[in-house]
Design a protein around this ligand. Structure first.
Ligand code: NAI
Length: 364
């Protein structure tokens, strides 16, 4: 097994790189808010670039000076791009690239747009990756608690010869070196992220849904099933133990009956043919074909339709019943879709084959 991975620690970072510099954080959403606040608490001079929306107001309320995107980019020595990956290519071309200061360092929190050639950066710039493995709220909370969070980091272009130092200073500034950070390429970061979302997540989801289906059909009360499967949060605790102790070794915290049952029956699930499906998903990601597909207006339409079916599949009704029985008030989520518009989409003849297959899959 190759063992050349570089891992960075806080003593390798030099915060002097950030002194007397302006850091322009572009976008004040999940990551933008957390990273901007952490950098400011660490003594950096941070300004925000944001369009006129509710995030703009939030940044002002938090005491930041907020500029429009072009202006914020034009004064930044470091420009940290923290807007959604799917809008970044257009925004980059129109408002970011033309306004970048000579010698500015461009920082990404995801490798996606660079890895799949959706953005062309000027060759004279330093381009760095500082990608927390943590949602924005966690980036802030774990900075304040000094617990830290992992980051994947890298350099795509090192035109100044100092890009690694810049990357370490920014990573340290957001609190990303309290725990070690791991070097990856932009492409590796993007692949890992997408693979986790497209191969691991859905496969795991199917395991849960199949279990729920077998157990409800056998007459076990749904309240008990969902508590057993995830509502109790016992599973999150097991995940924590995996992180701390090891994937297999954490089973030692369970009873002997549990260990014997899991290990002796585990072998029956070996031939699920998961690997070949996962390899196909990997290939689609790696070749850039997934990224190209997602850029198409057709995929954006299809996305709305798939979500329409997914949100109406049986598990949602079951959860509603279970939540009511247990007196739980699940956190509100908005899907932001207009029902009327969606119903019209369902009749779109150009998407008929896909609509039929998703309707089938989600038992609509
Ligand atoms: P977000 O969805 O929270 O972004 C909202 C921000 O984007 C707001 O400031 C909004 O004004 C701005 N925005 C939205 N549409 C815009 C447009 N058309 N033009 C200009 N500004 C626009 O984004 P999030 O989730 O913080 O992601 C930012 C970056 O961080 C992405 O590259 C993502 O892959 C990466 N990342 C996100 C994580 C997360 O916790 N969500 C975790 C690690 C990395």
């Amino acid at each position: 097994m190759p063992n050349e991975t570089r891992v960075f620690h806080s003593d390798q970072a030099n915060q002097k790189f950030l002194s007397n510099k302006t850091i322009s954080v572009i976008g004040y959403g999940n990551q933008g808010r957390a990273q901007a606040l952490n950098l400011r608490d660490n003594g950096a001079h941070v300004i925000i670039g944001n369009i006129k929306d509710e995030y703009h107001e939030r940044a002002k309320q938090d005491g930041f000076i907020v500029h429009d995107l072009a202006e914020a980019v034009s004064i930044g020595d470091y420009v940290i791009l923290l807007i959604p990956d799917e809008v970044l290519p257009e925004v980059f071309e129109g408002q970011i690239q033309p306004n970048l200061k000579n010698g500015a360092v461009l920082s990404f929190a995801s490798g996606y747009t660079i890895a799949f050639n959706l953005i062309q950066v000027p060759p004279t710039m330093d381009v760095i990756l500082v990608a927390p493995r943590m949602i924005g709220v966690g980036v802030r909370e774990r900075f304040l608690s000094k617990e830290g969070f992992y980051c994947f980091v890298g350099v795509h272009q090192n035109s100044s010869g100092k890009a690694w130092e810049h990357m370490l200073a920014i990573t340290d500034g957001i609190g990303g070196l309290i725990k070690p950070s791991i070097e990856v390429t932009f492409k590796q970061e993007a692949i890992l992220d997408l693979f986790n979302e497209q191969a691991f997540g859905p496969a795991f989801g199917q395991v849960l849904l199949s279990s729920i289906s077998v157990l409800t059909e056998k007459g076990i009360p749904p309240e008990a099933i969902l508590v057993e499967m995830y509502i109790s949060e016992e599973m999150s605790y097991t995940y924590q133990q995996m992180a701390r102790t090891g994937l297999v070794k954490q089973t030692l915290f369970h009873s002997h009956t549990s260990q014997y049952g899991a290990m002796s029956r585990g072998i029956r699930f070996r031939n699920l043919n998961l690997k070949s499906r996962m390899e196909k998903i990997y290939d689609e990601i790696e070749s850039g074909s997934f990224a190209q597909e997602w850029q198409q207006p057709r995929s954006r339409l299809l996305f709305k339709i798939i979500r329409f079916f997914a949100m109406r599949q049986f598990i949602n009704t079951l959860e509603k019943k279970v939540h009511a029985a247990l007196g739980l008030e699940p956190a509100a989520v908005l899907d932001g879709e207009d029902e009327h518009h969606l119903s019209a989409l369902l009749d779109n003849p150009d998407l008929k084959a896909e609509i039929d297959s998703f309707r089938d899959f989600y038992e609509y």
